[in-house]
Design a protein around this ligand. Structure first.
Ligand code: DI6
Ligand code: FE
Length: 402
């Protein structure tokens, strides 16, 4: 297997959720794994290794976007204009817009069309340093169309140099066929959709939208019970617009993560800490909806809940094509430190996907996914508002070209 030494760099390894800096570092990769990382002057003789000069760059783990809805048809910039005229997200949804309009466009699109548009968005994330991404279904809302979305997610991972985790979000909204029959739709998800999608190998995790305008905690719990019976981990959109203790419910089912969380309580934080459920905060959606209720940062920190940051890339509430911009928003809007924010898109994001054994930090044995940034300090990653900082991206030990 090909051995490479990447040197003339500093590393923010993110081990333990802090920068854990190694100055004048060297990284030895063998095939797609990190074989050794440490100070360059401690490196042992490496025969037959290719040496790569990183020109004084700062190396971080490849960024992980652990909550996206990258695959969808159409876009909703018209609704954006409506909202700027004062119409609310809930009013647009009640009038048949919102998620329902993206469901219509997604159902009408072919698999190839969905692949082409999602690929463009994923390329934007990748050019920003993302090497692992989670992609949810949830705009198909019937078996054929949810399968179509998840197949596109799988194909993106197969054809591009990025690791894709596919999450089934069939319980995102009520499809028109089930108007006023939410319990019947939940039964359909549990009895037909999840077993078939899981049998086709399309599902890495199961998510739901727990909200007064989506599904109740009791309905979500039925989905969780079925997911567990199928051996699939769960996640939850919780406490985004109101407080329903969805995150406590998620914790009871050992969820990988509970996401959004602006309206969560201290009791929710205690439950999540006990179950090791990661809090995924989505500053792009907070910003785009002009939300004013902040997630309870003090309670999350006090109880030791791991905090991840993600783009929530979706056409309705967060058309965010830059994970680094989300780092800045996490700092300016949620008062996170640049170090916490970077941990939120590396170690803690890996945890939110159940990938902590292999991803998220620069350590011997983990996959060689890293970015060599042309920056002066790690905090620069959260400081600049988007843009291209100049970088080299390595995934599975190989340099990625764009
Ligand atoms: N919460 C969100 O922010 C997205 N889904 C969800 O459950 C919004 C999705 C959309 O508006 O299309
Ligand atoms: Fe979302």
């Amino acid at each position: 297997m090909h051995k490479r030494i990447w040197q003339n760099c500093h590393a923010a390894t993110m081990v333990g959720g802090t920068y854990s800096i190694i100055e004048d570092a060297a990284i030895v990769t063998v095939g797609e794994r990190i074989d050794w990382i440490g100070p360059r002057n401690e490196i042992l003789a490496q025969q037959g290794a290719e040496v790569i000069d990183l020109g004084g760059a700062w190396v971080t783990p490849g960024l992980i976007d652990c909550h996206t809805h990258t695959v969808f048809g159409g876009n909703r910039s018209g609704e954006f204009e409506q909202r700027l005229q004062g119409v609310s997200y809930a009013e647009i949804a009640a009038a048949g817009g919102g998620i329902a309009s993206t469901v219509r466009a997604t159902r009408a699109a072919s698999e190839d069309q969905l692949f082409a548009s999602a690929r463009q968005r994923l390329d934007a994330l990748r050019r920003d340093g993302v090497t692992t991404v989670e992609i949810k279904s949830g705009y198909g809302l019937d078996l054929a169309n949810e399968a179509k979305m998840l197949r596109v997610a799988r194909r993106l991972g197969a054809e591009l140099p990025v690791t894709v985790r596919a999450t089934c979000l069939a319980a995102h909204a009520l499809p028109p066929e089930y108007l006023e029959r939410a319990d019947d739709y939940i039964a359909h998800i549990c009895d037909e959709m999840l077993p078939a999608l899981a049998a086709e190998g399309l599902v890495d995790a199961v998510d739901a939208f727990c909200e007064y305008l989506a599904f109740s905690p009791a309905q979500v719990e039925r989905v969780f019970i079925k997911a567990q019976a199928l051996g699939l981990p769960v996640k939850l959109h919780a406490e985004q617009l109101s407080s329903l203790a969805g995150s406590t419910l998620a914790a009871r089912y050992q969820a990988l993560s509970a996401d959004h969380l602006e309206f969560m309580t201290e009791a929710d934080a205690i439950a999540m800490a006990a179950s090791g459920t990661v809090a995924v905060l989505l500053p792009g959606a907070f910003y785009f909806l002009r939300e004013t209720q902040l997630p309870p940062m003090d309670a999350l920190r006090a109880h030791g809940v791991a905090i991840a940051i993600a783009s929530d890339l979706n056409p309705g509430t967060s058309p965010g094509l830059s994970l680094r911009l989300m780092l800045n928003m996490a700092c300016t809007l949620f008062r996170m430190t640049p170090e916490e924010a970077l941990a939120g898109v590396t170690v803690h994001a890996a945890n939110a996907l159940g990938l902590q054994a292999s991803h998220g930090s620069l350590e011997a044995g983990k996959v060689a996914d890293f970015v060599a940034w042309n920056i002066e300090r790690p905090a620069d990653l959260a400081y600049w508002l988007g843009g291209d900082l100049g970088k080299r991206v390595v995934r599975h030990g190989l340099e990625v070209t764009f």
